[in-house]
Ligand binder design. Structure first.
Ligand code: NAD
Length: 491
């Protein structure tokens, strides 16, 4: 396990045009550790002027700098050097992520920071090796060019900070764009360190700019409404997604929006419970339920409901909730007090809606937890799919369990949601599994597994879960401006 930081309070500035600069009005906000609310950093509180300055720097680096003119192979070399820096500083980045957002150290160290390096390497290689189409037809030869789109605004959330930021930055850069990243105000630390590592790896100034602060009219305003921005890639809540789409519409700026979810996890009577129970536990409680893909609506066949629920609740009660810096911890604190209060209000609402709290349901306030934002694994039964608790995204360690009798009923409940991000099902009947996958209204369907990600696959959601897909060729289509070229060959 990495050393815990001695934690001198950091002073975090924007990265604009290769320089670390304070906010234009010199104001800051605080970033705090959700484990004990201790102060971690003073962070530049970005103004609209800062957002605009970052776009100017990204624009200049795109219009006049070397980056878009380099070959994909040359860009890949820089991105690989950056991935090497990430690998070299893995312990440090993991501890920063864990302190800033309450993510367990196991997850930061073994999943998310390695995925940061993987994002960089994958898209570097993909861009360098992607095939291009050519259509010779008689005396006509047509082919497709994929020039970079230009300046990309990347706006990311707090729940997997650097992993999701690099899910945007890596393809944007690999295909030759320049970027302005705005990380979530709750978790600025790893983005800042990543900016330092990017300069050390040789990324030219202005190619990656990072501005900190809040949404709305401040720093994020220009990122979504400035006509000099060519693409907006956003991951966050469905409500913010609507605002960003509205702002982007003014200049017809294309938006990729990866939004919220309320995904169904369906366990059939023939499921192997030795797989389905631990996977279902992970699907909702890993990451504290603060995962867009969480299987937060658990649908269990009524024939196995009692057996399944008994095992599920027993395992949920065994999960260690505590200091995320400890290797044994499975559930860390929620991101902030306001969010904990929101999660708890949903649990109260569930009771008002006729639900039964089988386990959990109240903030942890004993000595080990009282200084942080700790909420235990919570399981609710007795609701229908019409309950708000079963329909709205809670984004916490709260599972609503519903029963079903037939495949058709399970599918109907799964699809009866404003969201369409993911779905998972457990069965030993592969015919059924494929039938379900074909009719499921969700961007990703997992069968007898959960959270496996192949970066070549399209990633995104339907309905309130988003717009567009990223990953492999889908990222190339979004971050470039595909151009058809046709020439006539004269004899
Ligand atoms: P959020 O929408 O509050 O904020 C996300 C980012 O948008 C932050 O950087 C925030 O400062 C910025 N922002 C807020 N208002 C803005 C505005 N008007 N204009 C521009 N930027 C603005 O979301 P959050 O609470 O940080 O993240 C949790 C949400 O993200 C959940 O709904 C979760 O499901 C979703 N999420 C989705 C995916 C996915 O891939 N589909 C992945 C992770 C998280």
């Amino acid at each position: 396990m990495p050393q815990q930081l001695a934690a001198p309070v950091a002073d975090i500035k924007h990265l604009i045009g290769g320089r670390f600069t304070p906010a234009s009005d010199c104001t800051t906000f605080e970033s705090r550790d959700p484990h004990d609310n201790s102060l971690l950093a003073h962070v530049a509180r970005g103004t609209a002027e800062d957002g605009s300055a970052a776009i100017t720097a990204a624009r200049a680096a795109f219009d006049d700098g070397p980056w878009p003119k380099m070959t994909a192979k040359q860009r890949a070399a820089v991105l690989h050097a950056l991935a090497d820096e990430v690998d070299e500083h893995r312990d440090e980045l993991a501890m920063l992520e864990t302190r800033d957002g309450g993510k367990t150290i196991n997850q930061s160290l073994h999943a998310e920071i390695p995925r940061v390096a993987h994002n960089l390497r994958f898209f570097a290689d993909y861009a360098a090796m992607a095939a291009n189409e050519a259509y010779p037809d008689g005396d006509l030869l047509s082919y497709v060019l994929y020039p970079p789109a230009g300046v990309v605004s990347a706006i990311s959330p707090w729940n997997a900070p650097l992993m999701l930021a690099t899910w945007k930055i890596a393809p944007a850069l690999a295909f030759g764009n320049t970027v302005v990243l705005k990380p979530a105000p709750q978790t600025p630390l790893t983005a800042h360190r990543f900016g330092e590592l990017a300069l050390a790896a040789g990324l030219p100034p202005g190619v990656l700019n990072i501005v900190h602060g809040f949404g709305g009219e401040a720093v994020a305003g220009p990122l979504t409404s400035d006509p000099r921005v060519d693409r907006i890639t956003f991951t966050g809540s469905s409500a913010t997604g609507v605002k960003i789409l509205q702002a982007a519409a003014a200049h017809h700026t294309p938006v990729s929006a990866e939004l919220g979810g309320k995904s169904a996890n369906i366990v059939f009577a023939d499921a192997d419970l030795d797989v389905a129970v631990p996977m279902s536990i992970r699907a909702i409680f890993a990451g504290n339920g603060q995962v867009c893909l969480s299987g937060s609506r658990l649908l269990v066949h009524n024939d196995i409901m009692d057996t399944f629920l008994d095992r599920f609740v027993t395992e949920a009660d065994r999960l260690i909730v505590g200091d995320p810096k400890e290797a044994s911890t499975f559930i860390g604190p929620l991101i902030e007090e306001r969010h904990l209060e929101k999660v708890h209000r949903y649990v109260e609402l569930a009771e008002e809606e006729g639900g039964k709290i089988v386990t959990g349901g109240a903030r942890l306030v004993d000595d080990a937890h009282r200084n942080g934002f700790y909420y235990p694994p919570t399981v609710i039964t007795g609701l229908t799919n019409n309950a708000r608790t079963a329909r709205e995204e809670i984004f916490g360690p709260v599972e609503t369990v519903l029963g079903f009798d037939t495949e058709e009923e399970a599918l109907r409940i799964a699809n009866d949601s404003p969201y369409g991000l993911a779905g998972m099902l457990f069965t030993q009947n592969l015919d059924r599994a494929h039938r379900m996958a074909a009719r499921w209204r969700a961007g990703t369907v997992w069968i007898n597994t959960f959270f496996e990600r192949d970066l070549r696959l399209p990633f995104g959601g339907e309905g309130a879960s988003g717009l567009g897909r990223e990953g492999g060729q889908y990222s190339r289509e979004f971050f470039t401006e595909p151009r058809a070229v046709t020439l006539r060959l004269h004899p």
